[in-house]
Write a protein that binds this ligand. Structure first.
Ligand code: PMP
Length: 451
């Protein structure tokens, strides 16, 4: 329902926010959060009555849009019957959610450990891998994001840390393939793939295979730029893990639950990890939920000896009821296939056409409802439109792009020199085209900063 404009309430909400809410990833005095009055489907409204088409799905999680009536009703019904119950008990919403998830995960990932979000799923996956193998180290990719908690932020490759931030022992980073900005001087996907695998195997051997518990990768790195791995890379990593007895962890927190036009991105590459993390799309983020899907071999380690970890709200019935309803809605409405079709038939051609006309677009890449435009000052040199981690005046070109998008009714996802096209998976074709037209106009602002 479109909320009535009410600037006075909006101002009060904003004032209380500014006074008391400490925001993630932000310099508290340099931000200006929009006060949101309501949201439905792919749109949200501010208190002045402005409507925005959400090309971000929140933080890439409202995969079935805002306020889906069936999921809202399922949460209400669960709240009316059993709002919460401790994780040691078998509870219908929890066991049903686990069953529906396990049925869809690749291979034999049949046991589900529930967490509250993505980061704690990563924490537990890495803990399980260390306990299972008895080895201390974890290898993780630069250009990755795995979450904001201790271990998850340390495996995350993004180097924006303070000097006095934590640095956990036993985390080793390597370069995963990314042809557009190849670290391997590769000119083809095949070269990039082969050299990235050679680099990873060398890293394993120099670290000592018997010290490496896990390799963790996002199946398709999301926050760092939606970089689809070349054909054969993930199968190659799977092979290295098997060769050296290493646990293969795929992080599907962002790429999972239909984002790529498959239930899981691992399905695109026909690869099965030993542990797979998920969150976000599992219930469209209506109630916080994440988890780890576990292989039989790792589950066996904890069959007779207790797994020494857990969470008070593990498998919270409200969150699990939302997951059950979300997965059913995705099946009933054919949302995964819809995302695959619109991605291939609408987004791909439209973005490639934008790249032809806008000199600021350096590369277009993606699949399903998971796309990135890399904006550059110079297509030849591939110099990013703004320097790495730019702030203030240095970030003016991306700020201009963002402002132009919003002026055209589009809320864009912006990270560094990239904009990601990551709308709800059930966005309609008409809404999608409206957003792509607004993106076209916003890119004109970016073009003005091309060298
Ligand atoms: N892994 C990946 C791949 C993610 O994209 C994210 C969140 N963007 C996380 C982990 C962390 O999830 P959360 O913010 O729910 O803790």
């Amino acid at each position: 329902m479109t909320p009535q404009p009410n600037p006075q309430v909006g101002a009060a909400v904003k004032a209380a926010d500014r006074a008391h809410v400490f925001h993630s990833w932000s310099a508290q005095e340099l931000i200006d959060p929009l006060a949101v009055a309501g949201a439905e489907g792919s749109y949200f409204w501010d208190y002045d009555g402005n409507r925005y088409l959400d090309f971000t799905s929140g933080l890439v999680y409202t995969n079935i849009g805002y306020q889906h009536p069936k999921v809202v009703a399922a949460i209400q019904e669960q709240a009316a019957t059993m709002t919460t119950f401790a994780p040691a008990f078998a509870v219908e919403a929890r066991s049903e959610a686990a069953r529906l998830i396990a049925e869809r995960t690749p291979g034999e990932l049949d046991k589900i450990f529930f967490t509250n979000a993505g980061a704690d799923a990563v924490e537990h996956a890495l803990r399980m891998a260390r306990l299972h193998t008895g080895r201390p180290k974890v290898l993780a990719a630069y250009r990755s994001y795995h979450g904001g908690t201790e271990q998850a932020i340390n495996v995350t490759g993004d180097p924006r840390r303070w000097a006095n931030d934590s640095a956990s022992a036993g985390v080793v980073h390597f370069w995963a393939p990314f042809l557009y900005r190849s670290r391997f001087y590769a000119e083809t996907e095949e070269q990039e793939c082969a050299r990235a695998l050679e680099h990873l195997e060398t890293t394993i051997r120099f670290e000592g295979p018997s010290t490496v518990a896990a390799i963790i990768l996002e199946t398709v790195p999301g926050t760092a730029g939606i970089m689809l791995p070349p054909a054969g890379y993930l199968a190659g990593v799977r092979g290295l893990c098997d060769k050296y007895g290493i646990v293969f962890v795929l992080d599907e927190v962002m790429a999972g639950f239909g984002r790529t036009g498959k239930w899981f991105a691992a399905d695109l590459y026909d690869v099965t990890p030993d542990l797979m993390t998920f969150a976000k799309g599992v219930n469209s983020g209506y109630v916080p939920l994440g988890g780890v899907a576990i292989s039989p071999a790792i589950a066996e380690t904890f069959a007779k000896r207790p797994y020494p970890g857990g969470l008070t709200y593990s498998g919270h019935p409200l969150a699990c009821a939302a997951a059950v309803a979300t997965i059913r809605v995705m099946e009933e409405e054919g949302i995964v296939d819809h995302a695959a079709r619109l991605g291939a038939q609408v987004v791909a051609p439209a973005l490639r056409e934008l790249a032809e006309r806008h000199p600021s677009v350096g590369e277009v890449r993606g699949v399903g409802m998971f796309w990135a435009l890399e904006l550059v000052r110079d297509r030849e040199t591939r110099e990013p439109l703004v320097p790495y981690a730019a702030a203030g005046a240095a970030n003016a070109p991306m700020a201009a792009f963002g402002a132009a998008a919003k002026a055209n009714g589009l809320w864009p996802f912006i990270n560094m020199n990239r904009t990601h096209v990551v709308p709800a998976l059930n966005i309609t074709e008409g809404e999608l085209k409206e957003g792509l037209a607004a993106l076209d106009r916003a890119l004109e602002a970016a073009d003005e900063h091309v060298a």
